[in-house]
Structures are given as structure tokens and as C-alpha cells.
Design a protein around this ligand. Structure first.
Ligand code: PGA
Length: 253
């Protein structure tokens, strides 16, 4: 199902164990409006998934997701988690290809695409993260890089159904740096991504793929970014760890 927009998603990375997760939701939930205008999603570390699911039980429309998974469903893969296991534990959404996975753990475009497809095969919505480094931007190849990352999702058998895919444009130079893309820069890239998705999907299906912006989003800049053309949501790292700042961003929707 296409997620209602705007999508406000928090990527906690390697932060917040089960106890901190419970505390986060008890602060966040009273701040949220009774009816959410779009979608709120939290990606805790996998060890905190059950705590997040339980803590958000009164607001089942808050999506809980996994930050990473392996594409095989089960087997002798010590240390991995899979999409069917994540779904069994209460996840309905998964990130794939976050730049930290690519840069720190050597994940390729193909790996990210396989993860996104595995997530969708298990009934999860996949958010494929794409974005260029500052060297690539300076060299004028930002869109070529993003296009290559997007193209991998089509693979040999075509992209996943549009209803189960979202894209997060996260310029690597903006992640955790305090340097945000301007709303105009974000809009320019999002418009090109939207156009490119049109080449991967038939007819109007591509318009059903939400495109999120990520990279140093804070309550102070979130409103302008959300108002930019083709920005259907935000993927927030640092500012999602604090229920006040994450709640303040949710309140903008
Ligand atoms: P940041 O992280 O908001 O801390 O820059 C964003 C992300 O990595 O998804």
C-alpha cells in the first residue's frame, strides 16, 4: 500500500536500546496529534524492535522498521536478520542501501537492490537510500551516481511494485554534518529522481513512489524542506533521537 505522505521517518542508527526506546515513545506519543496527517516511522536498532512495537502499541499506525537486513530469508548466516523475521517481529518497513552501509560495510548497489527486493517479497515497504558524496557533487556527477543507484533496483526482473517502494535522497555530505541541501537543491534532485522513476515504471505508477529527503534535517529546516517540490517526506538521523525534536518535526505535517 502506498504510504500516506508526508512520511516522517527516524533512523536511530546504533542508538537507543530497549529501555531508551520505551522512554522515547512514552514522551513522543502524547505529542502526536490524534490523527496523523501522513506517516510516522521509526527505525530502531533491531534489538529494540520488539520494545518499539510494544511501546507504540496504542498507536499502531506508527510504523516500525529495520535499518538493514540480509536478502536470504533464513539459513546459516550468523549475525544476520532477514525480512521475514523482521516482519514476524512487527516491522512493516525497511531501509536499504543507507550510505553508512555502503561506505562502512562495503554494500554495493546490487546488494542494496537485493535487500529492497527481499523486503518487498516479505510484505515490507522498502526505502531505498541514494545520494552522492561531496567529491561526486563537485565533479558534477551527482545525478549520474543517483541514477546508477536507482537503476540497480530494476535489475533483470524489474523494480518492485511502486506501492511498496520509497526513495530517500540523502546526499552523503549532508549526513550528520549539519550541512543540509537547500530546499532548491533538494527539489532539483527530487524532480530528476521522479523523472527517472518514470522510466522504470509504466504509466503513472512512478508517481506512487514517495521521495524523502535526508541529511541534517532539524526542526528548524524541516518545514522548508517539506515544502520543496517533490519532497514527500524526511528521513531524520540525529534529530530523531530526541522525542522533542522528532515530535516537533511531526507537528509540522
Ligand atoms: P542525519 O542522518 O539527520 O543525522 O544527518 C540522516 C540519515 O543518515 O538518515
Amino acid at each position: 500500500m502506498t504510504l500516506p505522505t508526508p512520511i516522517i521517518a527516524g533512523n536511530w542508527k546504533l542508538n537507543h536500546g530497549p529501555r531508551a526506546t520505551a522512554a522515547f515513545f512514552s514522551s513522543l506519543i502524547p505529542r502526536l496529534p490524534d490523527t496523523l496527517a501522513g506517516t510516522v516511522a521509526i527505525f530502531p536498532p533491531s534489538l529494540s524492535l520488539a520494545a518499539a512495537r510494544d511501546a507504540a502499541a496504542t498507536r499502531p499506525e506508527i510504523l516500525i522498521g529495520v535499518q538493514n537486513l540480509y536478502w536470504e530469508p533464513h539459513g546459516a548466516y550468523t549475525g544476520e536478520i532477514s525480512a521475514p523475521l523482521a516482519a514476524d517481529a512487527g516491522a512493516t518497513i525497511a531501509l536499504a542501501g543507507h550510505s553508512e552501509r555502503r561506505q562502512l560495510f562495503g554494500e554495493t548497489d546490487r546488494d542494496a537492490a537485493r535487500k529492497a527486493h527481499a523486503a518487498v517479497a516479505a510484505g515490507l515497504t522498502a526505502i531505498l537510500c541514494v545520494g552522492e558524496t561531496s567529491d561526486e557533487r563537485d565533479a558534477g556527477t551527482a545525478f549520474t551516481v543517483v541514477e546508477r543507484q536507482l537503476l540497480a533496483i530494476a535489475g533483470d526482473d524489474g523494480p518492485p511494485p511502486a506501492e511498496f517502494l520509497a526513495i530517500a535522497y540523502e546526499p552523503v555530505w549532508a549526513i550528520g554534518t549539519g550541512r543540509t541541501a537547500s530546499p532548491d537543491d533538494a527539489a532539483m534532485m527530487h524532480e530528476r529522481i521522479r523523472e527517472f522513476l518514470g522510466t522504470l515504471y509504466e504509466e503513472n505508477a512512478s508517481s506512487r513512489v514517495p521521495i524523502l529527503y535526508g541529511g541534517s534535517v532539524k526542526p528548524e529546516n524541516a518545514g522548508d524542506l517539506l515544502a520543496a517540490s517533490c519532497v514527500d517526506g524526511l528521513l531524520i538521523g540525529g534529530a530523531s533521537l530526541d522525542p522533542d525534536s522528532f515530535g516537533a518535526i511531526c507537528e509540522l505535517t
